[in-house]
Design a protein around this ligand. Sequence first.
Ligand SMILES: [Mg+2]
Length: 419
Amino acid sequence: MSQWVYGLVDMQSFYASIEVASRPEYALNRREEDDRTDPPLVVSGDPARRSGVILAATPEAKRLGVQNAMRLGEALQLAPHLIVVRPHMRLYLEVSVRIQRVIQSIFPLVEPFSVDEAFFAFPYPSALFPDPIAAARRLKETLWDVFRVRCRIGMGPNKWMAKVINNQAKQHPGGILWWPQEEARAQLHRLPVEAMWGLRKRAEVLKNEFHCQTIGDVAALPVHPLRHRFGPAWGTILHRWANGEDGSPVDARSFDVPHKGYSNRTTLPRDFFDREEIAVVILELLDEVCYRVRRANQQGRRLSLSLTYERLQGGFLKTKTLSFYSNDPDELYPQALALLDRWWEGCGVRAVSVGLDRLAPAQTQQLSLFRHTEQRRRLLATTDTIHERYGETSLMRASSLLPGSQLRDRTLRIGGHSA
Ligand SMILES: [Mg+2]
């Protein structure tokens, strides 16, 4: 009987790799299997100022001691010959979308997880997928051939294990690791407790209070003390994860905004519980979506908002059809907040997606006494030009300086190394 194999593909030093790939002078030297063939390059918020922060670095730059979030001046002291470039967020997002399409062309089920990660799944054994390692290698080679980006791939019997196995693939030559169903549990139980993805501080409690060294030790515990110490939800999840069980499906449609429109999604660095913080993220995503809709010379009248809750389990996708067409974030923002206030139950939010569809050409302007259409259109065109010339963070809304903002952070999570 065939089962499903679940995989996670994670792009390596994603933003820095895109910068290297877009410079023809490095093309001849680079080899997929050896990241030392990349130049020591960093992406920095403001290359003109040594006080700028390192947002992303190639492995070769990291070998010289450079780290993300380090000051540019400090990095240049360590490595005077560093190549310093400014970020191009729109390019990274565009490449991310194109990469997702390539993954979709190879596997029947794909779920984008972050800008540089995606889950996929396929039936095995099956006529199309007789050999999981060969399928993963095909994906890896295609991503290199088309985008000149390296990736790491972990595959196992469920999504959570795929994430754990992907981390283990670091030590694996070739960057591909598959644990077949029969051996997955035994392999998992040999790993240290810290290898359980998604636990954060709970790993310390498992070690210090429950005296667990390996995941196998956690699996051997009865579920009741876990539920007593961590609460019923987390106690059950810990017990199931340690036993290699995870029921969450890879669902391309789940909590994702419908196609034939524009959407933008971000996975947050931690669970957000504060309405104001979530609202800031929504506004930033909406800004980006509206920018793309304007560039396509379109406007839309159906707005969608999707929130994915803690541990990426559960959430909602809700839409609102408006009485007018728009591509103006200031006009759509109150509508998005109305969706938030109507449907959000106050749970911790881990991913947010905003979309606009039911599109029409932007020329079909509706006249209204209350919409200063022409004036707004010119203002938006001016801000678009500034963003294109000077980068996404050159002109930020004041709200992007608030604690919830992902706009600056998104540039800080480059390389996708934070969980
Ligand atoms: Mg990554």
